[in-house]
Structure formats: C-alpha cells, structure tokens
Write a protein that binds this ligand. Structure first.
Ligand code: BDR
Ligand code: CA
Length: 310
C-alpha cells in the first residue's frame, strides 16, 4: 500500500506524519510524499513544518510538495490558539535542508494515482482544496481511495455548531469530494474527539530529542484543548486517527452513506442520492483503546529509534 498525506501541519498533523513514518519503517505502507496545504497555518509554514519533522524523524528523503492556497486565506483565531502561531505549539523545530521540487501537489496526486491506482490511498488532513482540484483536473482520480479527516455527522462542529475546522475552510471542495469520489471515507469529529491524549501519555515520549519535541508540541495542544473543549479530557487525535484508519479500517464502525457538504460547512446525508449507489462512508464509532495503545507503542518505537540516529 502506498500513502500520500496532504497536511496543514499542525500539531495533530505532525503526529499523523509520525504514525505514517512508523508504518513506512515497519513495512506496512510506503509513504510516497507529503503534500502541503493550508489551514492551521499557510502553505509555506505547513511545508516548512513537514520538512523539519521529516528531518527530525530521520526521513529527509520523503518529498514535501506544496499545494494551492485559497485566495484570501487567513488563519482562524481558533486554529492559532490550538496550534500556536507557527502551527507546532510555538516549539522551535530544527532546520531542514533545502529541497528542489519541480511539481505541484495537484499534478503530483494525479501522476501518483496514474502510476499506482487503487494501491494508493490519499489522506487529506486539512481542507479538501487539493484533492478536489486534482479530481476536477483528472476525472479518473474520482476512483482513488481517499480517507480524509474532517466533518462531523453525528456531533456538532468545532468552529461553528455545524462546521468542523478543515471543512469550513473550503466547503465547496469537500462537497465536490463527497459527491465525486467513489471511494471516500470520512473520519470526522464523530470519532476523533473520542480518541484523546493527556500529559500522562506525552510524559512517556520524553527522554530523546524527537520525543521531547513531540511532547512539547502536544503539551501545548493539550493545554489549549483544556480551555477550548475541556469536556474531552485531553486533546483530540484527529489526524493520526485518519492515518491509522487507512491502514486498519477495522478500528472503525462505518456507516455507508452518500454525503454532501453545505455552504456553512455542515457534512450531512445527501437526500438527492439516497437511492443511488453508495460511494462514501462515515466513521461513527472507534475502538478507542486499540487505537491509542497502538499509537503509543508505535511512538515508543519511533522516538527511541530516531533519537539513536541523531
Ligand atoms: C482538524 O482541524 C485542524 O485543526 C486539525 O489539524 C485537524 O485536521 C480538526 O478539526
Ligand atoms: Ca490537520
């Protein structure tokens, strides 16, 4: 299985990346590339964060390819509160070497799907702008397996009562993805707010350079969640759960349903397609302990090993 992560890096995006690197090192999947989108930060900052994290995780060879940014984009106040002004909890990451990239994210996704077909899973963990643009440009991409973090079907949004943060940035793109894709899995707040980390977890990461940096980022994120959504009892593991789900779909209880996204960013069933073939599914339940235990085991392995290499 091949993976491409489309990240707006972002603290939980950073952990999604670490999870994908763990799978890459274990030989469970090959992380072909990261594409960079906007959301928690702008594209430039998100790409810089992904580059720095890949360096830290010992994989500077994995390319980070910038994608389009919506004109007029500004970081939401809630996003900079949750992720810090640099997207990674105001933690200073080690600099990464320059990389020469001669393509853009939309073209890269199209070429990758033409090469790998259904063996490739695309995992957007920011707005749907890039994947929607790729599907518009190359209609065959509609059949690509896409597992995206975003939306909320059975719970309220986290930016407005209806809208989740990734979806509110580009509701039209999410609507296009949901209506056009033939193999789309939505991993939304329905499940990602049930899987949480606390400082008891992050304390276990400490003791190596990479472990300390991830713990510092996540302690910032946990403190922010304690103010914004104290009822969760920790921070939501949104983006890592999307990656885990792509690798292990049995972590999730799936509801097959054709969905749409309204202008206000509400993801919901599409009444116009109640009687047509179902092309998407929404995550509505998750095996919390299995996921969190697996995540912690992977990070113990990854952070320990990476530190030995530094
Ligand atoms: C999503 O929004 C961003 O803040 C996170 O990185 C995650 O992708 C959660 O609503
Ligand atoms: Ca994200």
């Amino acid at each position: 299985m091949k993976l491409i992560l489309d990240l707006d890096t972002g603290i939980d995006d950073a952990l999604a990346l670490a999870y994908a690197i763990s799978a890459h090192e274990r030989g469970e999947a090959e992380l072909l590339a990261v594409t960079g989108t906007y959301g928690n930060v702008d594209v430039e900052q998100g790409v810089a964060n992904s580059r720095a994290l890949l360096e830290l995780l010992g994989h500077p060879e994995i390319p980070v390819i910038p994608g389009p940014q919506k004109p007029g984009f500004e970081v939401l106040e809630i996003s900079s509160f949750i992720h810090g002004s640099n997207g990674v909890g105001n933690v200073a990451l080690p600099a990464a070497p320059e990389q020469t990239i001669t393509t853009d994210a939309v073209d890269f996704l199209i070429e990758a799907y033409r090469t790998h077909g259904a063996d490739l899973t695309i995992i957007p963990t920011g707005p749907s702008t890039t994947i929607a643009a790729a599907m518009r440009e190359a209609p065959e991409l509609a059949d690509a397996p896409v597992v995206f973090m975003g939306g909320a079907l059975t719970v309220p949004g986290n930016v407005t009562p209806l809208a989740e943060a990734n979806v509110i940035q580009d509701p039209a793109a999410t609507d296009f993805l949901l209506r056009t894709g033939t193999n789309v899995s939505m991993v939304g707040l329905d499940v990602t707010t049930r899987t949480v980390l606390t400082k008891k977890h992050t304390a276990q990461w400490r003791g190596t350079l990479v472990g300390d940096i991830y713990a510092d980022m996540f302690d910032y994120y946990i403190d922010a969640y304690a103010q914004s959504e104290p009822e969760l009892g920790g921070c939501g593991l949104h983006d890592p759960l999307a990656v885990a789900t792509a690798l292990t779909p049995s972590l999730i209880d799936w509801l097959p349903i054709n969905m749409m996204c309204t202008h206000e960013g509400r993801t919901t069933g599409d009444p116009a397609r109640f009687h047509t073939e179902v092309t998407s599914r929404a995550a509505v339940g998750v095996d919390i302990d299995r996921f969190v235990d697996d995540l912690m085991a992977r990070m113990a392995e990854l952070f320990g090993k990476s530190s030995a290499d530094l």
